[in-house]
Structure formats: C-alpha cells, structure tokens
Write a protein that binds this ligand. Structure first.
Ligand code: SAM
Length: 281
C-alpha cells in the first residue's frame, strides 16, 4: 500500500538505523549488504527514502517486507553499476604488457569478471584477447548479483554517446585496431558483435553468499570491494585466493588494494599502481 506520510526534508532522516534495514533485506530476500561500507549504505538509503517519501526506519522496513518490487529497486540502488569499456586505459596497457604474456603460456584460459555490471569490462577483455590471438582458447565468466545489469550485459547494446566515450578509452588503452570493428551501428545505439560474446558466460553470482570458481587463471574484481568493509573484503579475498591457480593473476580497481588484507603475503605485485597481483603459492 502507498505510504503518504509527509516527509520533513529539513530533517532528512537523521535517525535512520541502516543496520535494521539491512537485516530486513537479508532476512526476507537473502541479499546481504550488512558488511558494505557504512557511509555508502547510509547515503544510498537516505536517497531512496527521500525519493520514495519514506519518513523513518520502521516505514522503510514495512515497505521492504510488503512490496517486492520496491525491495528489488532498493537492492538495485544499493549496488552501484557505473562502469566503462577500457575503464582506466593505463590498466589495460599494463594487462597487455604484463599479463597477456603469462596467459599465452596456457593451452586454455579461464577468466572471471566478478562484479561485471552491464558488461563493458567483459567486452573489453574479449576485444583484448581477440587482438592478442587468445580469444578462441579463453572462457570468460562474467558474474554479478544484479540480474538487471546482467540482462543488459547479455544484450551488448550501448548508446552512441557511450560508444564515442569508449572509442577514446580504446585508443588510450593502446589497442591495435579500430573500436568500430567490434560493433554494428543501428540508429542511436551500437550492438557488440556476436563473435565477442561467443566465449562469455554470464551468470548470477553473489560474492557474499556464493562459492568459488575452480582453477581460474585471471580474476578481475574492479571497483566492487570499494563498497565492502574490511571483514567482507577479507572474506571475498579468500574466495578469490581459493579460485585462482598458483601463478594466477588478480586485478583490483584503482582505489582498491590487497594491502591490509589477510592474503597480502600470498601474492607478489605485478604492477603496484594498476593493482595487478600474482598468486605466489
Ligand atoms: C561499480 S560496478 C563495477 C563494474 C566493473 N567491474 C568496473 O570496474 O567497471 C560494481 C558492480 O559490483 C556488483 N556487486 C556489488 N556487490 C556484489 C556482490 N555481493 N556480488 C556480486 N556482485 C556485486 C554491483 O552489482 C555492480 O554491478
């Protein structure tokens, strides 16, 4: 039922209890945000409450429990899906220089994009592997717990404006061909070529509650753990450590680091600035 309680915007929900709201989401729907960074969660919850005109924690809990569509929207809001193709182009230059030679030594290659959002990172990898002659022997597992983002990713359709931005990133990343070789233009959007999607397996996977992927050569989990607290970062790092083969490579986002995690000693740094690590043992 609609809640028409007026919201006092001069007192924007200063006394909300994020922990109680997160418990409600977890116990009713199984999405576990209890170890996401407090500042991030509070900001997103406050935004939602103002937008939906929900005055306090009790009304918020009630709405979550009784309105599944609202809860789905809220879960979506709590997961930030901002992404780009060839995001941080220098990272891709480093991948090409330092990681591709390692991948070339394997007869087949398993790559896991954890938190792939709307697919741009996985398509970037598919392009890089194609240009390096490695795509045919690669399998890319692209996972996220946001089904809406995954559905979008599978389609591989992006606006012309985004394609223009991605073209610049592609060039800055030092790629070899022309970005337009990888899509077909239609009206105001572009569609990524089927050949890039051939070896990408999209799957719903929750890093907090689901299990490992076996024998992976390369994991990218970029701009995901920035929203996790230390406890959750360590838990997910354990998952990655157990998923990687010895000598496997782990890539994090520019504001993330293995330092201060429990597995730091078990990796060597391939490129400190670009957050690329190699599993030692
Ligand atoms: C900011 S995007 C990063 C996308 C891409 N990796 C990049 O760097 O451009 C963060 C993604 O992590 C996903 N995510 C957050 N928590 C997750 C979890 N517990 N399990 C799986 N994916 C999660 C979100 O749904 C979102 O799509």
């Amino acid at each position: 039922m609609e809640d028409h309680t007026p919201v006092d915007h001069s007192q924007p929900h200063r006394n909300i209890n994020p922990a109680a709201i997160l418990e409600t989401i977890f116990s009713r729907y199984g999405y576990d945000f209890r170890h996401y960074s407090e500042a991030h969660i509070k900001r997103r919850l406050l935004n939602s409450m103002v937008r939906w005109r929900i005055p306090d924690t009790e009304h918020m809990k009630e709405r979550i429990l009784t309105d599944e569509a609202f809860a789905a929207t809220l879960v979506n809001d709590l997961s930030i899906t901002v992404t780009e193709m060839f995001r941080d182009p220098d990272f891709y230059r480093s991948l090409r220089t330092h990681v591709i030679p390692i991948l070339k030594t394997y007869p087949f290659i398993k790559i896991w994009h954890a938190g792939c959002s709307t697919g741009e990172e996985a398509y970037s990898m598919a392009i890089l592997l194609t240009e390096e002659g490695l795509y045919d022997r690669s399998t890319i597992y692209a996972t996220d717990f946001n089904q809406q983002a995954l559905n979008f990713a599978k389609e591989g359709i992006y606006s012309n404006d985004l394609a223009r931005e991605y073209t610049i990133n592609y060039q800055l990343a030092g790629c070899k061909s022309s970005f337009s070789d990888y899509y077909t233009s239609q009206y105001d959007h572009v569609i990524m070529h089927k050949s890039l999607r051939r070896n990408i397996l999209w799957a719903n996977h929750n890093l907090v509650t689901d299990s490992v992927f076996a024998e992976v050569h390369l994991i990218l989990c970029r701009n995901v753990m920035i929203y996790f607290d230390k406890v959750l970062q360590n838990q997910v790092q354990k998952l990655f450590y157990e998923s990687l083969i010895k000598g496997g490579v782990l890539c994090l986002g520019s504001k993330e680091s293995l330092k201060f995690t429990n597995v730091y000693d078990r990796y060597s740094e391939i490129d400190k600035a670009q957050r690329i690590y190699k599993k030692k043992y």
